[in-house]
Design a binder for this molecule. Structure first.
Ligand code: PA5
Length: 445
């Protein structure tokens, strides 16, 4: 279960203020639970953990097993934003850090990601890899019309069709049940398809096939992921001032609204959690950054980033607070040895686990940052595994809904994302954008 400790805020805020913000968060909790707030037609994510049908889980596992039987050793997962970050976060968190470097037969195919940029070099280098491997592809787009994944998919699809007689068995699409170019194309080509439910937005979709299928194909246990999320779903549904999601929403809104803490840094202490930061930034940034309001979400991966961002966090503009994702136990054990010569002067650490050093770095940083004016919230899981990751995903999603309602914005829309797209379409000459294209060209002349 996810635990929270907001004690690192107590020297910054007054007790009465905290209580007032807990009351606001409790009201927002009611809005989320009674499903009568803004954007309430996008609450399908709330019961995904407890209500995902067995057939859907089995269908994801069937794709995994079918591709294994074909000897597929590379799966290209094409998608952007909410259609990729959750899967990438889970796969990076659960994989061996050096999985790619191990030679020999592997239990699961390597999963690589595409369609999340428009870099010609990236696509070209991806195709170098694809050409050497036994490849399959999962293409994910809820709207079915997003440019970045569509461009990547056209290129990968063309390669698969040219090189494999069973092309349609090697492509799976995850998209809307009825509409969008990807849906039409998949139906015509006879691809297996999975549905992104209408009432689940991209950034809340990690526990739909958008996340489940790539995670299953990568060899991880999606049943455990869902079970961990379901446990959290049950726990967080209890209305209480001790509810971790209520505490998180209250603390961050108080720091933002009353203390000018406009930037929240998600801090992790394991390189495997770098993409947790990326997933979390989209979740909170897109849900809260609107109507001229919102906490700017940033992330660091320590201890590496203590050596680059540490100075600013300690002494720069005092607009920051931190949310530290604490992992209580390591899955591996490495003890630092004794060196009789002690030339590196590290014998004072002999016999200690590397994880002990990490915990002390974390504790030392906590004290230093609090002394430097940076409040801290701590969110803990017991260790990294599918079960706890499912719980963490659900915790941050549920808390995000409460937090955005506490702030007074609709957590489930993203009107601002369209602005750049219109300009890009006009500049690329997409039919229908001729007038805007002429206007833009004038501005750029
Ligand atoms: O959360 C969102 O809405 C976005 O990040 C989308 O997930 C992203 O733009 C991809 O959209 P789509 O799945 O329609 O291709």
């Amino acid at each position: 279960m996810v635990k929270i400790n907001a004690g690192g805020c107590s020297s910054f805020v007054k007790d009465a203020e905290y209580k007032a913000y807990v009351a606001k968060a409790m009201k927002a909790f009611d809005t989320l639970e009674k499903e009568n707030g803004a954007g309430n037609d996008f609450l399908g994510w709330k019961h995904l953990p407890s209500q995902t049908p067995e057939e859907l889980i089995a269908a994801c596992e069937a794709v995994r097993d079918g591709w294994k039987a074909k000897g597929i050793d590379l799966v290209v997962v094409i998608g952007i934003g909410g259609s990729y970050l959750g899967a990438r976060c889970a796969i990076e968190a659960l994989s061996h850090s050096f999985a790619k470097q191990f030679a020999g037969k592997k239990d699961a195919p390597e999963v690589v990601f595409a369609g999340n940029n428009l870099s010609e070099e990236y696509v070209s280098e991806l195709m170098d890899l694809v050409a050497q491997r036994n490849t399959a592809c999962i293409v994910i787009s809820k709207s079915g019309t997003t440019t970045e994944p569509a461009v990547a998919f056209r290129i990968v699809k063309e390669y698969i069709e040219k090189n494999y007689p069973d092309a349609s068995d090697r492509i799976v699409a995850i998209t809307d049940a009825k509409k969008g170019a990807l849906k039409t194309l998949s139906t015509q080509e006879g691809y297996r398809t999975f549905v992104v439910p209408d009432n689940v937005g991209g950034r809340f979709s990690v526990l739909t096939p958008v996340g489940l299928l790539p995670i299953a194909v990568a060899g991880f246990d999606i049943r455990a992921l869902l079970a961990g999320a379901a446990e959290e779903e049950k726990a967080l549904a209890v209305k209480s001032e001790e509810n971790p999601a209520v505490i998180y929403a209250a603390a961050r809104n108080l720091l933002y609204s009353e203390y000018g803490k406009k930037v929240e840094i998600l801090v992790t202490y394991n390189p495997k959690f770098q993409y947790l930061g990326e997933w979390w930034k989209q979740l909170y940034g897109e849900s809260e950054g609107k109507d001229g309001k919102g906490i700017f979400p940033a992330s660091v991966n320590n201890t590496a980033d203590l050596h680059s961002m540490g100075q600013f966090i300690q002494e720069g503009e005092r607009v920051l607070f931190e949310t530290v994702v604490n992992i209580e136990n390591s899955n591996r054990s490495v003890v630092i040895g004794t060196d009789p010569q002690n030339l590196d002067q590290l014998n004072y650490l002999a016999g200690q686990h590397v994880e002990h050093c990490s915990q002390m770095a974390q504790l030392g940083t906590r004290l230093a940052h609090i002394d430097g004016g940076v409040p801290q919230i701590e969110v803990s899981i017991e260790r990294i595994n599918e079960h706890n990751l499912g719980g963490l995903f659900y915790f941050f999603e549920f808390a995000c809904g409460i937090s955005a309602y506490t702030l007074g914005v609709n957590p489930f829309n993203q009107p601002g994302v369209e602005a750049y797209k219109k300009n890009m379409f006009a500049l690329l000459g997409k039919p229908g954008f001729e007038a805007l294209s002429a206007e833009i060209r004038k501005r750029l002349a």
